[in-house]
Design a protein around this ligand. Structure first.
Ligand code: NDP
Ligand SMILES: O=C(O)C(=O)[C@@H](O)[C@H](O)C(=O)CO
Length: 278
């Protein structure tokens, strides 16, 4: 039911998953357990979210086989040095209770930290794939210049670039640069972290086709070809966000939503060129 996207390394990823930013650790096992019951088979977490162990617990308790759930995590901002990448990756595997991870990302480029060196971090990620403990290596919040640099210095393009993208910030520059290198785009904050849900244009389309605003926005992402993993703590919203494959937006509706773009003014998260929090 959920379409798969084939990455540039030949692996596949479900185009719809479940996000876990701001899911508190004490509620994560139950929340992710509910998402798995609803049907999600792709979970996005991060070392920085502090909930990897509980994601692992939910998957273990679900009874699903390892290969039925696609798992992503991200290296913490304080773990960019290669030795720290290797050590923290081991910790991530242990917390998630797996011996191989599907996708591991450099969470932020942090171009003003570590003497601007995210290339050695990227080399360690590529090495994890060569070791056979990681299926796909990717990046997150990488701007076009950051992509050019790691590809230029290593010859290896990331499998994905996970970037902020939603109707108020299409992030066309980073999307275009990613696509030029056959890098799949994952759109984080697909609902603009809630900001786009009350938009009048989205509401008008939703009313016209008898769908929820969240479904209209998520369907827009799917038709653009991006990979998404909306987060919700509520079962009914998880179900709503999951039911987006039995209808389609017209070209005109897609264009109306495209026109909501506010450029960088529409960001709901930090600017990757200046974000430096560890
Ligand atoms: N790489 C990076 O730097 C980043 C990655 N991410 C990843 O992307 C995922 C998704 O982005 P996220 O920041 O969570 O934001 P989302 O765009 O997924 O929005 C989440 C918010 O929308 C609400 N919501 C969800 N579904 C509905 C619905 N159907 N109707 C009404 N409200 C709804 C949620 O509330 P409630 O929970 O109460 O339902 C929550 O407040 C994250 O969870 C994380 O995995 C996110 C940020 C940065
Ligand atoms: O959710 C994430 O993955 C993030 O990196 C962001 O939330 C980020 O840490 C942030 O928004 C800080 O204000």
């Amino acid at each position: 039911m959920i379409p798969s996207t084939t990455l540039n390394d030949g692996t596949t990823i479900p185009q719809l998953g479940f996000g876990t930013f701001l899911v508190p650790p004490e509620e994560t096992a139950a929340t992710v357990g509910t998402a798995l019951e609803v049907g999600y088979r792709h979970i996005d977490t991060a070392q920085l979210y502090g909930n990897e162990a509980e994601v692992g617990q939910a998957i273990a308790e679900s009874g699903l086989a390892r290969d039925e759930v696609y798992l992503t995590s991200k290296v913490g901002n304080g773990e960019h040095k290669p030795d720290d990448v290797y050590r923290s990756f081991d910790e991530t595997l242990e917390k998630l209770r797996v011996d191989k991870l599907d996708l591991f990302l450099i969470h932020w480029p942090l171009p003003t930290r570590y003497d601007g060196d995210f290339v050695s971090t990227w080399k360690a990620m590529v090495d994890l794939v060569q070791q056979g403990r990681l299926a796909s290596a990717g990046v997150s919040n990488f701007q076009p210049a950051h992509l050019e640099r790691i590809i230029g210095e290593t010859g290896v393009a990331p499998a994905v670039n996970q970037i902020e993208a939603h109707p108020y910030f299409r992030n066309d520059d980073a999307r275009k640069a990613s696509h030029e290198h056959a890098i799949a785009v994952e759109a984080w904050g697909p609902l603009g972290q809630g900001a786009v849900l009350k938009d009048e244009t989205v509401g008008g389309i939703a009313a016209a086709i008898d769908r929820a605003p969240s479904q209209v926005i998520l369907r827009w992402h799917i038709q653009r070809g991006d990979i998404i993993f909306p987060k919700s703590m509520r079962r009914e919203r998880m179900v709503e966000n999951f039911q987006i494959f039995d209808f389609a937006l017209t070209d005109e509706q897609m264009a109306q939503i495209d026109a909501l773009d506010r450029g960088p003014e529409g960001r709901v998260g930090p600017d990757p060129d200046t974000f430096d929090r560890i």
